[in-house]
Design a protein. Structure first.
Lengths: 233, 102
């Protein structure tokens, strides 16, 4: 017959497996780890480049590359580092699901609205839009797709919005303005709005580092459990 | 509860869920939306064949859903617990806990 101590031991082991799986699953969606750190750093760099540097072709190319490199790094880190033991998809909470759907709906709404305006302008001029405008539109349309597939947390979404919008602006030869503290009378709401993105990016960097440290201890727990689970039971 | 009732309680446990490998699989699957076969293989330390056999039994009982596809040229097997699987796991835990409390 099963003794109480055997049963407790088996239950403890199962609880540990459940806890490890639940923590590991977070790295499929809501926890980015080093990808969040990279996204935050790209956001700050993109803001500073756009605000301080003249928009030469190399600077514009860097601004355009930031969101693409970030998404590729996010995919690579998730698949080959954080979920190296096999993909475990997180079951999101109701609040996380609501936030994600709200972000997705916002990005779809903005993309559709901008596309209608640009297409309408092109039709009224009866001419193809300039290559810069097509590039702008490509990033605007790519944002909901990126949100759907890769931007699952609110901070990821905010930083993603900035990187994609900055890249879209860079295609058209513009960038978010820096904060002009010398001319406060000519207060530009856009420059204040743009400043909030790098500030939020700092929060993403901090949470990314924390998630990465948590993953390192999780990996140690997984390595300890690896293969010994059923042998010990 | 006397020893006979305790014994009856233990004998009435769902045998399909009570087996250690299947209990592990259901407990792990209950924590996620979908789990790749490789993860279960890593965590359990069981061979592919052994794990596959337990997977088939759980799938036949309707406790899990199995999706097979390819990632590039590599076969990819993903498992997901069904509502019936969650219920079976909850019921099993309740039965075990009441039998062990005696």
């Amino acid at each position: 017959m099963v003794s109480t101590s055997d049963s407790d031991l088996a239950n403890d082991r199962l609880r540990e497996l459940e806890s490890v799986t639940s923590a590991y699953a977070r790295y499929s969606r809501s926890a980015g780890g080093l990808a969040s750190v990279l996204g935050g750093m790209f956001c700050v760099a993109s803001y500073l480049c756009g605000a301080l540097l003249p928009l030469t072709v190399p600077v514009r190319a860097v601004l355009i590359a930031f969101p693409i490199v970030w998404i590729l790094a996010k995919i690579g880190l998730t698949r080959h580092y954080y979920q190296r033991f096999g993909r475990v998809e997180e079951s999101e909470t109701a609040a996380e699901r609501w936030t994600y759907r709200a972000c997705l709906a916002t990005s779809v709404f903005v993309a559709v609205a901008i596309t209608i305006v640009v297409v309408n302008q092109a039709l009224s001029r009866q001419a193809m839009p300039a290559p810069g405008v097509i590039g702008y539109l490509a990033f605007v349309v790519a944002l909901p797709v990126a949100t759907w597939l890769w931007l699952h947390s609110a901070l990821d979404f905010i930083v993603g919005v900035f990187l994609f919008c900055q890249a879209a602006f860079a295609c058209g030869g513009r960038a978010y303005p820096g904060l002009d503290i010398m001319h406060l009378t000519q207060w530009a709401p856009m420059s204040w709005l743009a400043l909030t993105y790098p500030l939020l990016a700092l929060a993403l960097i901090a949470s990314g580092f924390a998630q990465h440290r948590q993953f390192q201890s999780l990996r140690a727990r997984l390595e300890a459990l690896r293969g010994s689970t059923l042998a010990a039971s | 509860m006397n020893n006979d009732e305790k014994l009856t309680g233990l004998l009435n446990l769902d045998r399909l869920v009570h087996e250690p490998a299947r209990l592990l699989m259901l407990s792990v699957l209950a924590q996620a939306k979908q789990v790749e076969f490789t993860y279960l293989e890593t965590l359990s330390g069981l061979s592919k064949g052994n794990l596959s056999s337990h997977m088939s039994k759980l799938e036949a009982a309707g406790l899990i859903e199995v999706t097979k596809s390819f990632r590039g040229k590599r076969p990819l097997t993903e498992l997901r617990i069904t509502p019936a699987g969650r219920k079976a796991l909850t019921d099993y835990r309740r039965q075990l806990s009441s039998a062990m409390q005696a």
